[in-house]
Design a protein around this ligand. Structure first.
Ligand code: NAD
Length: 328
């Protein structure tokens, strides 16, 4: 049995916990969060140990792996401590909001000879995988452009205004664009806007890649409550011989009600007879397969996560200065 501890059990931890529950040979033995009520509730549901101090959890529990789900700016400390305690680490994206911190974590994982895997979950999404296969097969010919939109519900902005949206939303598309193009961003030019009382809720960035591909990353927290889904996600890859695109939600299932209509995303994360499936389950299955077989991942490399954070930093800088930013 692989024994796992979770640090940070907020909104997204529910999906992690549900997914881990379905993985054979993996058990959550402890959780930690600063919020004592949340600790009590997860502890009760999972029958595991609970801590309000993750350092104590690492000292008292014999864990094989730790999942870090703290807010974007608070990943480094628990990641470093978990590696130091001899654990493999799965950390949600972004690895950090600071590329120097990413470098420190990658060096520490190398020194400890432990896995450091970052949750760039879209690499496990069925539609993104089909896009990658189409690109790699040569069916689209030479790539010219990639467009990624990831607009999310405005009701979440009060929580996630804590960091620039590129670290929560755009980071997925930056990573996907590196992965799909097989190239890296060399220059960005970006603009953002936000409400009068502070924060950035909308951002557009134009990217230039080393192989000549150009990209646009569009992110916002402006999808209104009345929209048919909480997310408006699109991606389009254009090549000289073909184009591939998807959008979410699609029209697979539309529910028309008296007050509003809903389009439920069908392909991912929806429970079926009490079980969840989709990208996150596949991603975590891959992590524990690497842990069990003591092997490095060939899908999620921490160096790729660092590359995405470097681009995100350049986007933030470009928004601040109004100028293009070159990456070295
Ligand atoms: N892959 C995805 O699609 C996806 C989706 C949502 C969130 N995420 C990522 O997951 C991570 C967590 O996001 P979330 O939405 O669950 O955030 P959240 O704010 O809902 O939860 C964070 C939790 O961490 C706790 N916390 C904060 N500082 C802590 C500390 N120092 N020690 C222990 N606990 C601490 C908070 O009390 C809270 O319960 C973020 O990196 C986020 O970007 C990824």
């Amino acid at each position: 049995m692989i024994k796992v501890g979770l640090i940070g059990i907020g909104r997204f931890s529910n999906f992690h916990l549900q997914s881990i529950r379905q993985l054979p040979g993996v058990t959550v033995t402890a959780v930690a969060d600063l919020n004592p009520e949340r600790v009590e509730s997860v502890k009760g549901e999972w029958g595991c140990a609970g801590y309000t101090d993750w350092r104590r959890m690492l000292e008292e529990q014999e864990l094989d792996a730790v999942t870090v789900l703290t807010p974007e700016h608070a990943h480094e400390e628990p990641v470093m401590a978990a590696l130091d305690a001899g654990c493999h680490v799965f950390v949600e994206k972004p690895l950090s909001i600071d590329s120097a911190a990413c470098e420190r974590m990658i060096a520490a994982a190398g020194k400890a000879d432990k896995l450091l895997m970052v949750g760039h979950v879209c690499r496990f999404g069925i539609r993104h995988l089909e896009m990658k296969r189409a690109v790699d097969s040569g069916a689209l010919g030479k790539l010219r452009s990639i467009y990624g939109r990831r607009n999310n519900g405005s009701k979440y902005f009060p929580i996630y205004k804590r960091v620039d949206p590129v670290y929560i939303l755009g980071i997925h598309d930056i990573d996907l664009m590196h992965w799909l193009s097989g190239s890296t961003v060399t220059e960005v030019f970006a603009r953002s806007t936000g409400p009068a009382d502070g924060g950035v809720d909308l951002q557009w960035a134009m990217l230039t890649f080393a192989n000549g591909v150009i990209g646009v990353v569009e992110s916002s927290w402006l999808v209104p409550d009345g929209a048919p889904a909480e997310v408006d996600v699109r991606m389009e890859v254009v090549g000289e011989r073909g184009t591939i695109h998807f959008q979410e939600p699609d029209d697979g299932l539309s529910v028309w009600g008296e007050r509003m209509s809903e389009n439920t995303p069908l392909h991912d994360w929806q429970p079926k007879y009490g079980r969840v499936s989709g990208a996150l389950v596949e991603e975590l299955h891959h992590f524990y397969d690497c842990v069990r077989n003591n092997r490095k991942s060939d899908i999620l490399l921490p160096e790729d996560a660092l590359a995405a954070v470097r681009v995100a930093e350049a986007i933030v800088q470009s928004c601040k200065t109004g100028l293009p930013v070159k990456l070295g």
